[in-house]
Design a protein around this ligand. Structure first.
Ligand SMILES: Cc1ncc(COP(=O)(O)O)c(C=O)c1O
Length: 314
């Protein structure tokens, strides 16, 4: 495998698209969408950002095998499998749960990219950070570059921080708010790092449990040595948890796509955008503020979501 360089990840910046929903106009706000979903057809959104420095590091270490983890509909597994195929890494995915045939569209895609899959039950999966885990699943981790679930580590923060530099140069200044969906919290922490005490980052957790403040703080302290104060977690928009939804979310996403021509995914970006609009409606943003929503991708999950829940998204 030829060593990778930063050049392999060079990209035209994703566009920063202004949209003008009535509620934003009414409150004299400007709203932009950072279209990271368009960075790559399969390594999309925050996955491109989070994988970039990890794959460069794997290459620098001379590792050509990547091992990582995810659920059966994981955007991260899909992106890692596609990146492995594109850049010449072999990939092994440890999947939470049983192998169910036929494979869902995400896992079918992942296998088609050449990723080997190892299914482990949920109890065992929860112990994946323990030293005995690899022995229990009969895999020797030596020789693999190990990417944590979601690709979330300090190198992921470094990649996510770069999207702030792009936004700043596209806008000519730091926006007042940068908004993102949160799963593990690494993307949010990367954005906070990139903002470096200017403006406010807003994170919208898609999991319930109220633990995101702690997760983001953990990434920030561990990776930057400081916790920053210019960020907030908005915990009211998870709709009950991962892949949970209400008809009003689906309605919002379908109207959003129709009005602005931007598809959202139901697990992450749909909930974040719903939250941002609700905050605008409630007068959270001060008049004149500029708000950026980061489209972190995840669109590969729409097909599986429609299959599971009966074609609800257009
Ligand atoms: C499409 C999408 N958006 C946002 C996130 C949240 O990223 P993070 O895990 O870094 O919080 C994820 C992954 O978890 C994702 O797949």
């Amino acid at each position: 495998m030829k060593p990778l360089s930063a050049h392999d990840f060079q990209k035209v910046p994703s566009s920063l698209m202004e949209i003008k929903p009535a509620v934003f106009i009414k409150n004299k706000l400007r709203l932009f969408v950072k279209r990271d979903d368009q960075l790559h057809p399969h390594i999309s959104g925050n996955k491109w950002r989070k994988l970039k420095y990890n794959l460069l590091e794997a290459s620098r270490l001379g590792q050509n095998k990547i091992l990582t983890f995810g659920g059966a509909y994981s955007n991260h597994l899909a992106a890692t499998a596609a990146a492995g195929k594109k850049f010449g890494f072999s990939t092994l995915g440890i999947v939470r749960g049983e192998r169910v045939l036929p494979l869902n569209p995400t896992l079918q895609f992942v296998e088609d990219c050449g990723m080997e899959l190892k299914f482990v039950n949920r109890t065992l999966y929860r112990s994946k950070s323990e030293p005995s885990f690899f022995q229990e699943i009969n895999i020797n981790p030596a020789g693999f570059y190990i990417l944590p679930e979601g690709g979330s580590n300090c190198l992921a923060l470094q990649g996510a921080a770069e999207l702030v530099d792009e936004i700043t140069s596209q806008l000519g200044r730091m926006p007042d708010y940068i908004c993102t969906a949160c799963g593990t919290g690494a993307t949010m922490a990367g954005i906070v790092k990139g903002m470096d005490d200017v403006g406010t980052a807003l994170g919208f957790p898609i999991l319930k449990g109220g633990f995101m403040q702690k997760e983001v703080t953990g990434f920030l302290i561990n990776c930057t040595g400081k916790s920053y104060t210019n960020w907030q977690i908005k915990d009211n928009y998870h709709f009950g948890g991962y892949a949970k939804f209400q008809p009003e979310l689906i309605e919002f996403m379908n109207v959003f796509k129709q009005e602005f021509g931007i598809p959202l995914d139901p697990i992450y970006t749909g909930k974040m955008a719903f939250g941002v609009f609700d905050l605008a409606e409630k007068g959270f943003f001060e008049k004149g503020a500029t708000v950026v929503m980061v489209h972190t991708g995840g669109l590969q999950g729409v097909k599986g979501f429609n299959e599971r829940f009966g074609a609800v998204l257009v």
